[in-house]
Design a binder for this molecule. Structure first.
Ligand code: TK8
Length: 338
């Protein structure tokens, strides 16, 4: 049988090659439904990029690979979805790398504050060998890390008072992602860090369970945080990526052609998402001001003080076995800076 199949393939191959540009059917693609979960709303930058990915997958597979996006954490929080992917109950998702630290601890290196100066440095590191090496560590854990999208530089909001100096954070109950670096960092600044999933955040702010949070301006806009938060402080304390993940169990069962389509559509979605997010973020400040938020920027002097105050959290990360990783990351960033 094998021989016969081989022979048939050898005879058919030239014909398939001729037909290839016309028909995706010459490729080994089965009709599939792919559930793609995410935490933000459909109208957010995340939602727009998922929509782009859905369309790319359809185009590239002749309509066979049907991706369905599930917005607003309707399939679960980042951590719940990661587990669903590992178990094979869900095919794909996008979420913060910061919530992956329970699975691959090394991702915490990206949560350390004030590493990247701009988006171009981030792109080079995430798309380069360092970002790829970390993504590859997910393979043993049942996940495939496809591409990094931009979440963006994170800024502070709260309902209590303007934060002009770090002391203003004192006693503020600040929601952070479920990640030890964030907890240490904000406790170090004098806030009371409260780890919580993103899907619980709006209600927590509305009911006063927490006073504030930190996220990029695009998210503050698309998740309507301005309805429950008065003060926005531009601090850009961390550059935060999203990562597009696939269930390894599911991905391994696909044909080479199907995997190729997914990988290429993921790269196309990355390029679309970064461009779109960067354009959108330029409009966000004016939008949020218009919605009644009081906005201030932290001075360089104040940011310098924060860098000092966060040293214990950095040292703890290094002492916890992260020293080499941090050095390596800083080395990669320096390469781009040159
Ligand atoms: C959305 C999250 C969000 C992240 C957070 O699911 O939790 O604050 O910034 O984008 O991944």
């Amino acid at each position: 049988v094998l021989l016969a199949t081989g022979l048939a393939a050898a005879i058919l191959a030239p014909a398939a090659a001729i037909l290839a540009p016309v028909a995706a059917s010459a490729q080994d693609i089965k009709p599939r439904l792919i559930r793609f979960g995410y935490g933000l709303s459909e109208s957010s930058n995340q939602g727009r990029a998922v929509k782009f990915f859905v369309e790319e997958m359809s185009k590239r597979s002749g309509g066979k690979l049907k991706v369905k996006g599930f917005a607003d954490a309707s399939l679960g929080s980042d951590i719940q979805m990661q587990n669903a992917l590992i178990g094979g109950a869900q095919e794909m998702m996008v979420g913060s790398t910061a919530t992956l630290v329970g699975i691959v601890k090394d991702f915490a290196v990206f949560d350390l504050p004030f590493l990247f100066n701009n988006e171009q440095e981030a792109d080079a590191v995430f798309d380069g060998p360092f970002g790829q090496k970390l993504a590859a560590k997910l393979n043993d854990k049942g996940l495939v890390g496809l591409v990094y999208w931009e979440n963006g530089f994170r800024n502070l909001t709260n309902s209590k008072r303007p934060v002009e100096k770090v002391e203003d954070l004192k006693g503020i109950k600040l929601r952070v992602m479920q990640n030890p670096v964030y907890i240490d960092m904000f406790n170090g600044f004098g806030a009371n860090a409260v780890p919580l999933s993103f899907s619980e955040l709006f209600t927590a702010m509305e009911t006063g369970t927490v006073d504030g949070q930190e996220n990029p301006v695009t998210t503050i806009q698309s998740s309507k945080f301005y309805e429950v938060q008065k003060y926005l402080t531009i601090s850009k304390h961390v550059y935060s990526p999203w990562i597009v993940l696939a269930s390894k169990r599911w991905y391994d069962g696909l044909s080479n052609d199907e995997r190729k389509i997914i990988n290429e559509a993921a790269v196309a979605s990355r390029d679309f998402e970064r461009k779109d997010s960067r354009e959108a973020s330029k409009q966000s400040i004016a939008y949020l001001k218009d919605k009644g938020m009081q906005i201030n920027e932290l001075s360089d002097a104040e940011l310098g003080r924060m860098r000092e105050m966060v040293k214990p959290a950095m040292d703890k990360f290094a002492a916890d076995g992260g020293a080499d990783l941090l050095n390596e990351l800083q080395g990669e960033i320096n390469k781009v800076r040159k």
